[in-house]
Design a protein around this ligand. Structure first.
Ligand code: LAN
Length: 741
């Protein structure tokens, strides 16, 4: 399909919502809007990109699908379904709706927004690399930012978070770079708030870094990011290869750019920004003195004395006196080698939405504007973009492909739908997708670039991105094993290939017995003393996660059932230690802290699944009874559960004012895994879930579901389909498909 993103006719500025061929119109709020009937989502083997069609011919040739319309917030025209009475009626209606959102390669997609610090990195990168930004993108990114602007005029770290300097300074900059006038009332309001918070000098490290790249701050304001650290021998306890992969892969290009002190040459617009972002004239600011200035709203994880001392020494002793040019060259050469390895191993997708733009900039600095690397980066950066009713945003990864597809398969099987001929084609397609997305070989120079074994793994998004995650591999393997067991389904993934997945999983255990995310823990948790990002917690190394550990336990248990002989003793020992970790991670009040979903509700569901896998239930385990009590103590009057994101920040359960469909489904699954004997709380909860279902089978979006690094929330919009289907299905299996509504 031809790709075309420019806009020929720049709207007439007068019409209301409907545009015929000019595409762009002004809405009632005065914003420009693109014509939503022209957006299309293209999914090529899981690589998802949005396209804005120019001509009526293109529109005719490439019709808009139901999935396009749904994601764009348009009317899907899907019919009303028979009103559900039983849990399976409700699950069937939900799957009926959700099946229309499956994309041609077999996967599901969705917005994966939430963080408000991602678009700025991308837009600044486009701007400083002089990458043309298509007009529809400019319009819809501005729309998104206006739609997400808080009452006070600012933006937070994530969509639900209170306004901060990070969110406000960066998104203000984006609006201006995309053409918003400094006099536009919403921009004026944002600037007012930013000034009230002390201006951009009070931003965290990453804000200072990006603004220095743009040439709006001076590099002196950025705390050191020395690439020399990459020259440390591997045995050194703080060597970067030991850090959590997201931190080291961001640190890598950041240190290269920092070392170059590269800034975009000033122009009229950036000179204006120099005056707008601060509370005093740019020329009078002593940038060096603001290295550690930070507003309290941004300072989630204040830097500790150790890091402040190290930074002082780097700025005052190391940089001026000891950092020889030979050392600089060596460090830059090695970081550049590692950057290229990352690009090559991910086909320029890169690990995530922060290092993607940064690596792009490194290639631009090193190889020039028209280099192959820069052109490839420009293409893959598109895969981070998403369009929804509110406008265009940047996703937290290049999609949720393998993860959501694995979960959907499992939920459908749980509800007994796999044997229904109606759903077979959909599930076979989903299986084909997972088959296509299993990673089949190791990376180039795996050990030199410190990559984890990955042959046989699944990534969270795509094989192209190519990073194994303990639970993504596990959920993928579970989905495949479960579906290939069902009579009538093809065996697309051989025993050997499942064995490869298990081999990867077996490399993932921490000394504690628990599992982390991308790799086992490689360094001490004391490394958090060197956490320089200020806005996030628990970022420096991998940790144990009950969620990831449970997925691994589940995959290993299922695998041994099918293949009892393969690495039998290792699997048994791994599992025993993993479940032991789950037991130890339980808090005295019966709960587990969740790191990837909000929060205790999410982790509790997983932990109880782990315990169930070794036969611990309400009847025979005090631990499980304690966990059930924790859940039941938090059930709300309407039968649901609701926990706010504050739980993740504070580490204490924070009650939401309103019950949430997704969390209620998680809690029901938890109680069922525990074999809680009384079905009444479950009936009440499922009754609430069914009551909120629309007549076409969908549920509407409620509060944000996911989290990372304790402080930043992220959306998992497909969870509102997947987990209710699973909970309703499990209930029917255990307590009968009885009338609930
Ligand atoms: C994700 C998304 C998926 C998530 C799960 C699989 C759910 C989890 O169980 C393991 C960790 C993982 C893979 C995960 C790690 C951190 C990610 C990649 C994210 C939360 C999505 C976005 C986030 C990434 C770090 C965002 C960029 C921000 C930085 C601080 C670099």
């Amino acid at each position: 399909m031809a790709r075309s993103n420019g806009v020929k006719n720049r709207g007439n500025g007068a019409a209301k919502e409907k545009a015929s061929n000019g595409n762009i119109v002004a809405s009632e709020t005065g914003n420009q809007r693109t014509d939503y009937s022209r957006w299309r989502l293209l999914d090529e083997a899981g690589c998802q990109t949005w396209h804005y069609l120019q001509t009526d011919e293109e529109v005719k040739e490439w019709p808009q699908t139901i999935a396009d319309k749904y994601h764009l917030g348009m009317d899907t025209g899907l019919p009303n379904l028979p009103p559900p009475k039983t849990p399976l009626d409700s699950a069937r209606n939900a799957l009926s709706f959700f099946s229309h959102l499956q994309l041609p390669p077999g996967n599901w997609a969705c917005e994966y927004g939430g963080p408000m610090f991602l678009l700025p990195g991308l837009v600044i990168t486009w701007y400083v690399t002089e990458t043309p930004i298509p007009e529809p993108y400019k319009i819809e990114i501005k729309n998104y930012l206006y739609a997400r602007q808080h009452q006070d005029g600012g933006w937070g770290l994530h969509i639900e978070g209170e306004s901060s300097v990070f969110g406000t300074a960066m998104n203000y900059t984006v609006l201006r770079l995309l053409g918003a006038s400094a006099e536009e009332p919403r921009v004026v309001k944002a600037r007012g708030l930013l000034h009230k918070m002390g201006g951009a000098v009070n931003g965290p490290h990453w804000a200072k870094f990006w603004l220095s790249v743009l040439g709006v701050c001076q590099w002196d304001i950025v705390n050191p990011v020395p690439p020399e650290l990459w020259l440390l021998p591997d045995w050194v306890p703080i060597a970067p290869w030991r850090w959590w992969i997201h931190m080291r892969q961001v640190f890598l290009p950041m240190s290269f750019i920092y070392s170059k002190r590269w800034s975009y040459p000033p122009n009229d617009l950036t000179r204006q920004l120099r005056q707008e972002l601060f509370t005093q004239p740019y020329e009078s600011i002593n940038f060096l003195s603001h290295r550690n200035s930070i507003s309290p709203r941004d300072n989630y994880h204040p830097k500790l004395w150790l890091l402040n001392t190290v930074n002082w020494a780097l700025v005052n002793v190391w940089n001026p006196y000891l950092r020889t040019s030979a050392l600089v060259r060596k460090a830059e050469d090695w970081t550049w080698w590692l950057i290229q390895a990352e690009d090559e191993n991910t086909n320029f997708s890169n690990l995530g939405p922060v290092n993607g733009p940064m690596n792009t900039l490194c290639c631009y600095i090193k190889e020039g504007p028209d280099a192959y690397s820069v052109r490839e980066h420009r293409k893959t950066l598109e895969e981070f973009l998403w369009v929804k009713g509110e406008g265009m945003l940047m996703n937290g990864t290049n999609g949720v492909q393998s993860w959501d597809t694995s979960f959907l398969i499992q939920a459908a099987i749980e509800a007994g739908f796999a044997t229904d001929p109606k759903w077979k084609p959909m599930l076979i397609k989903a299986l084909e997708f997972l088959e296509d997305q299993q990673i089949r070989e190791e990376c180039r120079d795996q050990h030199l670039c410190y990559r984890q074994q990955r042959k046989g793994a699944w990534a969270f998004s795509t094989k192209k991105q190519g990073y194994t995650v303990s639970d993504c591999t596990s959920e993928g393997a579970k989905a495949v094993m479960m579906l290939q067991e069902v009579p009538g389904y093809p065996k697309l993934i051989s025993d050997d290939r499942l064995g490869d997945a298990i081999d990867v999983i077996l490399t993932m255990q921490n000394a504690s017995g628990g599992c982390a995310s991308y790799e086992p823990q490689r360094g001490s948790e004391y490394m958090e003393y060197l956490n320089a990002a200020e806005v996030f917690g628990r970022i420096m190394v991998e940790y144990d996660y009950p969620e990831c550990t449970t997925a691994v336990v589940g995959a290993l248990s299922m695998f041994t059932k099918h293949y009892p002989e393969y690495r039998k003793d290792e699997i048994a020992a791994f599992k025993a230690r993993a479940v032991d970790y789950i037991r130890k991670a339980q808090r005295p009040d019966g709960s587990w802290y969740g790191s990837w979903g909000i929060c205790f509700t999410y982790a509790g569901m997983f932990a109880l699944e782990s315990l169930a896998s070794v036969g611990e239930s309400y009847e025979n385990s005090e631990r499980v009874r304690r966990a059930c009590k924790f859940f039941l103590d938090h059930q709300m009057d309407d039968g649901g559960w609701g926990e706010t994101y504050k739980s993740c920040e504070t580490g204490e359960y924070c009650q939401h004012e309103q019950s949430q469909v997704v969390q209620t489904a998680w809690a029901c699954i938890a109680l069922m895994e525990a074999e809680y004997p009384d079905p009444e709380p479950l009936k009440k909860a499922l009754n609430m879930i069914m009551g909120r279902q629309r007549s076409n089978g969908e549920w509407k979006q409620e509060a944000i579901e996911g989290v990372f690094n304790k402080s930043c929330m992220i959306s998992y919009p497909n969870y509102k389909f997947i987990f209710p289907i699973k909970a309703l299905g499990m209930f029917a299996k255990r307590h009968g498909n009885i009338k609930l509504l």
